[in-house]
Ligand binder design. Structure first.
Ligand code: FEO
Length: 406
């Protein structure tokens, strides 16, 4: 994909990774992009670099606009591997460039490279860099999502380079939100934002709200948000700000996600009448089978709904491994403002459901009374018990959701 002008004299020079399906364990069925940007001003400035596999591609994109030797400044907003592992190759062609990075970013960069011969300027919130027509203002965003993270604002173009924030793991031919919506839908774009937030930013909701407040207090006018992954928000940057504000405050649908795994279909057969009971109480319900669904999608579905039910067979007296994996992910992601319950089946003795409730407690999640547990196959009576449990859980979700009504 060629360099693309996103604002006058500002170009996307990144790479599209159509093929990646495993992004450090996050399953990315739609691929991703590594976005970086070249500001062709009096002093040429590169904002961010890309993953090492795509070094040649971004260099080619830069060369289509300028000789890389003319790059005077390189802003490094974030030092995770997907953003800095081409930096050495770019600096080899731009030896006079100065790097702008936070103090924590520099500490991280020193673990990737011997930076002793590089020109590095440490920056903090409010520091500026004048490149000619453009003034870049740096805004530290620690824990959004790493300690080193920052964003860079170009006042003259009302443009925010937001690094991982407001991104999506989405490979697409169009670089902008409106182009993606024209070929897919705004619902598909919202879904990609939600999945990315759920899997990466869920633990940092309080920080997200605080940073959005701070950005608001700085009075920055923003008419474009350019993240390091996915599409650039040109048509509707307010949309992603609103989605983030909502998710950071715990916004969810008044619905239920049933996430389960099964050995011989008994737990699965329990999920069906439970889903019927939820539906008959008038709530939406999504049923997700682990091992048939990428973990990142299961996490998204958990995050979408106000209530979730976890179904697990007991294997060797404990949780089924795929369910344990889900709960481990969730414990790290620290979900808030959600209500849960668990159900399951066993052969000789139970154990899985008790473990699931233990995990809810460790996460500090609201939980309903222990759900149905049954031996071997569900009888007709068991199915009725499951159905009634579904109805009761739906009522509890509706009641719990009232406190979040907007
Ligand atoms: Fe896109 Fe935190 O790396």
């Amino acid at each position: 994909m060629k360099a693309t002008e996103i604002k006058k004299d500002i170009y996307w020079v990144g790479a599209i990774d159509w093929a990646v399906r495993d992004f450090h364990g996050y399953v990315t069925p739609r691929g991703t992009t590594y976005n970086n940007y070249l500001l062709c001003d009096t002093e040429i400035t590169l904002v961010d670099t890309v993953k090492h596999d795509f070094a040649e591609l971004t260099i080619k994109n830069i060369q289509s606009l300028v000789d890389p030797a003319k790059i005077r400044h390189i802003v490094i907003n974030h030092i995770e591997d997907d953003h800095v592992t081409s930096l050495d190759k770019i600096l080899a062609l731009a030896p006079d460039a100065t790097i702008y990075i936070t103090a924590k970013g520099k500490r991280g960069l020193d673990r990737f490279y011997d930076t002793s011969r590089w020109n590095i300027t440490l920056v903090k919130t409010g520091d500026t860099l004048k490149t000619g027509r453009f003034t870049l203002t740096f805004i530290e965003t620690p824990m959004l999502h790493w300690p080193d993270s920052m964003m860079t604002y170009v006042a003259e173009e009302k443009l925010l380079f937001s690094q991982d924030g407001f991104g999506q793991h989405l490979a697409s031919a169009g670089r902008f939100d409106d182009e993606f919506v024209a070929t897919a839908s705004s619902a598909a774009l919202d879904d990609a934002v939600l999945e990315y937030y759920a899997n990466i930013l869920m633990p940092f909701g309080v920080m997200v709200n605080k940073k959005l407040d701070e950005i608001g207090a700085l009075g920055l006018e923003i008419d474009m948000i350019a993240p390091d992954h996915g599409v650039i928000w040109r048509e509707n940057p307010g949309r992603v700000l609103d989605l983030y504000r909502g998710m950071a405050s715990g916004r969810a649908r008044c619905s239920v996600s049933i996430i389960y795994d099964t050995m011989w279909h008994s737990t699965e057969q329990m999920a069906v009448p439970i889903a019927s009971g939820i539906r008959d109480e008038g709530l939406g319900v999504t049923v997700v089978k682990l091992r048939a669904t990428p973990m990142s999608v299961a996490i998204k579905e958990f995050w979408k709904s106000r209530g979730s039910l976890i179904g697990s067979p007991t294997l060797n007296n404990i949780l089924y491994p795929s369910v344990a994996e889900l709960l481990t992910h969730l414990r790290g992601l620290r979900p808030r403002h959600r209500i849960c319950g668990a159900f399951g089946s066993y052969g000789w003795a139970g154990g899985a459901v008790k473990e699931a409730y233990g995990e809810f407690e460790r996460m500090g999640l609201e939980a309903v009374e222990t759900g149905p547990q049954l031996m071997y196959k569900p009888s007709l009576e068991d199915e009725e018990t499951c159905y009634q449990f579904g109805r009761e859980f739906a009522r509890r979700v509706r009641e719990y959701h009232r406190q979040f009504a907007e």
